[in-house]
Design a protein around this ligand. Structure first.
Ligand SMILES: NC(=O)c1ccc[n+]([C@@H]2O[C@H](COP(=O)([O-])OP(=O)(O)OC[C@H]3O[C@@H](n4cnc5c(N)ncnc54)[C@H](OP(=O)(O)O)[C@@H]3O)[C@@H](O)[C@H]2O)c1
Length: 205
């Protein structure tokens, strides 16, 4: 494969949403969700988010093994005061798809398509890339059929609601050309939290 193996992690509400309003901090649904969130970062050579999630969740993308910290943008504009740029951690790689990312000390900029960026990360040695959202970025990965594993915390105790609230593939919009099949690899109900951990692996025939 000329790209890294790609996994996702999301917490979803009973109505399958990832937030009620894009741009609002999502946080963790429970301490168990937070612990799993950290565990899922452990094997990653690279962590990746869209700029919307970087901003909304004030992410610094740190993990003990110092994976690459990757952020995807179209316009390539970032807030240099964002905590990501002022927190120790793995090398920071910024992608701008329509414009080159602005120059921020301590970061490496890339200008090109998301597909090329994934190939570049693989060439840099990244075998496992873990994506933490948001829906807009995941929609693009799904359109490339580039999602190998999906991890969910099903927080059935909450409704996020709203006709336009996004799910893991973003705001309601066009259908995919075809549905994609995944097989269940983990089913772990958490009685105390009223939640369930789920993992799925892409079935490729
Ligand atoms: N429940 C959960 O587990 C969870 C997880 C993650 C996020 N969230 C929530 O989701 C919301 C953010 O959603 P979102 O859809 O706005 O997130 P997003 O995908 O993180 O950010 C969207 C922005 O990222 C850039 N981007 C994404 N995909 C791109 C692509 N294929 N090519 C070029 N640029 C791309 C664009 O940036 P530019 O505007 O810079 O061009 C776009 O405007 C927040 O409220 C966050 O808290 C929830």
């Amino acid at each position: 494969m000329d790209r890294p193996h790609i996994s996702l992690n999301f917490a979803i509400s009973a109505d399958g949403r990832i937030t009620s309003i894009a741009g609002i901090r999502s946080g963790w649904t429970s301490p168990a969700d937070q612990a799993r969130f950290a565990r899922l970062r452990e094997n990653a050579d690279a962590l990746m988010v869209g700029r919307g999630t970087l901003e909304a969740d004030r992410m610094t993308l740190r993990a003990p093994a110092n994976p690459l910290r990757c952020v995807v943008s179209s316009a390539g504009r970032f807030d240099p005061a964002h905590p990501l740029f002022h927190t120790e951690g793995g090398p920071i790689h910024l992608l701008g798809t329509t414009a080159a990312p602005m120059e921020i000390p301590g970061t490496t900029g890339h200008h090109g398509s998301l597909a090329d960026f994934l190939r570049t990360l693989r060439k840099m040695g990244a075998r496992y890339l873990h994506c933490e959202g948001g829906g807009t970025l995941v929609r693009a990965l799904a359109e490339m059929d580039a999602i190998d594993e999906i991890h969910l915390t099903w927080a059935g105790h909450r409704l996020f609601g709203g006709a336009t609230a996004p799910g893991i593939t973003g705001a309601p919009g066009g259908f995919f050309p075809a549905s994609q099949a995944y097989e269940l690899t983990c089913f772990e109900p958490l009685e105390k939290e009223g939640e369930c951990f789920l993992s799925y692996r892409r079935q490729r025939t």
